[in-house]
Design a protein around this ligand. Sequence first.
Ligand SMILES: Cc1ncc(COP(=O)(O)O)c(C=O)c1O
Length: 331
Amino acid sequence: MRIYDSLNLIEISKDNLLFNFDYFSKFGRVWPVLKSNAYGHGIKQVVEILKERDFEYLVVDGYQEVLEIRKVTKRPVLMIGSILPSNFSKIKWKNLAIMVQDKESIRALGKLNKHIKIHLKVNTGMNRQGIDLDEMKKTIKLIKKYPKLEWEGMFSHLAGVDDEKQIKKFEEIKKITGEVKYFHLGATNGVGDIIRLGIGLYGIGKGLKPVLKLKSKIVKVRQIEKGEKVSYGGTFVTTKKTNIGVIPIGYFEGLDRRLSNKKGIVKYKNKFYQIAGRVCMNMVVVNFGKTKPKLYDEVELVGVEKMAKISETIPYDILVGINDSVRRTIV
Ligand SMILES: Cc1ncc(COP(=O)(O)O)c(C=O)c1O
């Protein structure tokens, strides 16, 4: 069956994703982080590509993502987000590990009397997730009450300030803990021998290759006179006769509203054109100036890092803001 043609398309570069994976593999064992729809890239597509590589775990936030992954592979997954204990009995625990950070969860998991792998998270200074140091002994004792729980991992996460302090604390924790299969602290920042690789996998950072390309098509062209206003609120006003075009991608699809009136994002036939006026919910108007664009020609929306900079946010925010409804395809 011929599939429906889409106006907007995300191309996921297999070569670039594997390049980034291999790059980080030189520094440690890579555990790809696939939460938030694989940082907006499409969880199924990314898992499909990663089938070609070895790793001990895929890392996600919660069980919904595990179910998506299971459509593609049975490989081990680690869930690092919070899950209501009332859901534990509904989960298929084969090839699955879970982050724990409270006694309630440990008891609820233990009572299931099933073989479940747990990774205990400790707070080394970020003060977000994890048990505190003074809870360690009691928590370990509690885990050991349930022989079917496999205490496999011990981990923490760096806040990006005072990292040295956090690393030192983690080293101290290792000494208290004793034998555990996996200690993991690092992310793209590359600390330690296990790298929970998020943003770097997707090619954001020096020496890496961006994985995602966002494309759309021009769905309306017109020429307007000098002094005409464009889009909501008329924040763009023409100073001469101008060609404009509409692209069916707005802030719902993931084009940040702060890109309204900005240059350097929309690329058409190797030249950049300014966004004309406010980004709308499902579309945006482009100032093509003297260039007369052709209806249904392709444009590219360029640069996650550039978009983040203009929008005064971080690439993570731009990436995860790309709506699931936009078709992803592996190239
Ligand atoms: C616990 C944990 N590990 C790893 C990552 C991946 O971080 P990065 O995208 O910086 O590699 C995150 C991201 O939020 C995280 O919360």
